[in-house]
Design a protein around this ligand. Structure first.
Ligand SMILES: Nc1nc2c(ncn2[C@@H]2O[C@H](COP(=O)(O)OP(=O)(O)OP(=O)(O)O)[C@@H](O)[C@H]2O)c(=O)[nH]1
Ligand SMILES: [Mg+2]
Ligand SMILES: [Zn+2]
Length: 268
């Protein structure tokens, strides 16, 4: 279904930069109200760059704390854009290794490529650099997780501004204030974006939300109702998968929380 705003934008052949991601929620909200109607002109106005090959959602183990609910919100936003999405868990130097590995395993099992990195000891950078090569890569995540630090280390000529550790805690403070797209050689582009505080997956219908949880995909067709929200309905294949350990409680819990916000949004 043509619900995805970012996907449409890329189709237009123009671009994705700060503006698009900033306005993504806004646009998605509009997309709900105007489903099937013409909002193309407005959408085009907001398009700045395009054809992103990869989105990297960056989270950190600490400072700011790893929060799987936040990560899942980002992932839902990305999945609804139909752009290939990957995960970077940065600041592994600060991590409790066991916890880190548990989360990394969970997301890998779902099918995400997960990079574990630290800008303090450069771990994980060789793999990441290889994967970025020849692509247009957008880095997205909360403020302070180390997006700019990581890019500076990968491409030493960049000199992107990096924040003080304390900065991200004071509300509204972002070190990177506008998105930059930079050509780094080898047909490779990177886009550094300003940190996002909270992401609300507006513009998603509750019966579509399950599609943006990658691992639900195998089961969705087996629910008794095709409008199943996997919450209370009888013969729900997702709930069955949860009971059989095929879907994790952590992810299902995220799903339910996002479902609540989607419902609120839709009632407006
Ligand atoms: N311990 C540790 N600190 C890191 C690591 N990567 C970045 N930092 C620190 O985290 C802070 C924030 O880094 P930035 O690169 O500015 O974060 P950002 O994600 O670009 O933040 P915004 O531009 O505000 O969105 C800086 O003080 C970095 O030195 C890491 O791997 N380990
Ligand atoms: Mg930055
Ligand atoms: Zn269901």
């Amino acid at each position: 279904m043509g619900d995805s705003v970012l996907f449409d934008m890329n189709d237009d052949g123009t671009g994705v930069i700060y503006e698009i991601l900033e306005r993504k929620n806004h646009l998605s909200r509009k997309a709900i109200k105007t489903r099937g109607a013409s909002y193309r002109g407005e959408r085009l106005e907001q398009v700045i760059a395009s054809n992103i090959d990869n989105i990297f959602i960056i989270v950190s183990t600490l400072e700011p704390d790893f929060n799987n609910k936040t990560l899942d919100r980002f992932l839902v936003a990305c999945e609804s854009s139909h752009i290939k999405t990957n995960i970077i868990i940065n600041k592994t130097d600060l991590a409790d290794e066991e916890t880190l590995n548990q989360w990394a395993t969970l997301y890998k099992e779902i099918g995400y490529r997960v990079f574990l990195t630290s800008t303090k000891n450069s771990s994980g950078f060789t793999d990441l650099a290889k994967y970025l090569k020849g692509k247009k890569n957008l880095f997205w995540g909360q403020s302070g997780v180390g997006k700019s630090s990581l890019l500076n280390l990968l491409y030493p000529n960049l000199n992107l501004k990096v924040g003080e550790v304390s900065n991200y805690t004071s509300k509204g403070t972002h070190t990177t204030v506008t998105t930059v797209m930079i050509y780094v050689g080898d047909e490779t582009y990177i886009l550094d974006t300003p940190g996002v505080r909270e992401i609300d997956p507006f513009g998603i219908r509750k019966e579509d939300l399950g599609h943006y949880f990658k691992e639900f995909e195998n089961y969705l067709n087996n629910c008794r109702f095709n409008t199943c929200t996997h919450h209370h309905e009888p013969d729900c294949a997702i709930i069955k998968a949860l009971e059989n350990g095929k879907v994790s409680y952590e992810r299902y819990d995220s799903y339910l929380r996002i479902l609540e916000t989607v419902e609120k949004d839709i009632n407006f």
